[in-house]
Design a protein around this ligand. Sequence first.
Ligand SMILES: [Zn+2]
Length: 463
Amino acid sequence: MKRVLSFVTVLLLCLGTAQAQQAKYIFLFIGDGMGINHVYGTELYNASVHPEMPNEGRLSFTRFPIRTFVTNHSASSLVTDSSAAATSLAAGVKTVNGYMGVDAEKRSVKNITELLSERGMKVGVVTNVGVNHATPSAFYSHNESRSNYGNLFEQLLSSEVDFAAGSTVLYKKRDGLLPKDYVEKAKQANMKVLQDPKAAGKVRGKRVLLLSDDLSRKALKYANDCTEGDITLMDYTDAAISYLERESKDGFFLMVEAGHIDYCAHDNDAVTTFEEVNHLSKSVDMALEFYAKHPDETLIIVTADHETGGMNLGYKNYKMNMERLAWQKGSISALTDKMGAMREQGKTSWEDMVALLKSELGFWEHVRLRSKDEQSLRKAFDKSFAQNSDKVVSLYNVNEKLASLAIEILNKRAYIAWISLNHTGMQVPLFIKGAGIEHFYNCYDQTDVPKGIARAAGTELNN
Ligand SMILES: [Zn+2]
């Protein structure tokens, strides 16, 4: 009996030790604007449209041991913006929409990167939009406005962030500085500025600022507009992991934002949204490869800040026809550019437009249009394209009205509808795997996420 008891004691001690394993390598992936339907919709889309993908197009993170959802309201509204939500995810504090790294009374709050860097961990902040856009900024700055881009970037330079990547440095005309001027400031702050992700592998002992090869880009190209050789979120994630793995003895924290999901969801463009989620998933695959090498010390979290667009799957007739989305070639922005080029070339006949919609969206040949769809396209063409150029202005893009209508029709032919060009108050998904997972069992609100990260790393985030 004694022997059995001591065996049980040893077993419990072992289990206890295994459970208490601290997370030394921490990944936080944030799909900006990525609601539950953006995630589930991508899996359904992949299963129909990408038969070549393994596991029927399943995303890399949807089978993580923790699969739940969290509330995300801000201190000022039930519908959050990205800066208030990012402040929740970075500092565990609710704040007012538009505030950055400060609480609702505008007091600075400590963020998880400040906390973990004090413990000797290296820190990476990566996004496929501007490096000082709302979500990344919450991990290194404190300001009462998310749009004080110059000040946010100055705070990045003086922060503890070792590796930062984004498409460019966003700027305000009133500050009188352009991205190239901010690049100079980064060099003066002794950061190594790179515009090729592959070059990150050669940097030793220096902080890195990685930007795209075209500083006029407010974001990297959309996933479905990329051609061979274009820089993607995966390239940035890969560069960050190789840098942090090499430069850190005491572990690292890496935040990767798939910021472009929000942009195309603001445009209600389902195909581009799904392809952006696929890029997030492929970036998570890279963290999983790292996890396979350090399974006892790696924690991976995938979540979102808020839902954008109110995407609805199967909005009527008890149907979803995802296969109809297979014919969309690029993003709504690319379609807008093509329509603009037609106008410049004087190709403004209905026949020219039919040829474009056939080749870009598969209309008529692969996607049968109802007569009322065709009539509304023709009407919009006559009104907004042939004579003038009506635009649909969303938060980040200005699109041709006709492009917007055509994408809406295609989405509806797949039985996907959207209820908003803005954010909604829906809860957001949360997926977790790895060391310290027990600190997330009671996550209810997104402010619980950074607190769990701190505990998983063996400390506390007290704001
Ligand atoms: Zn947004």
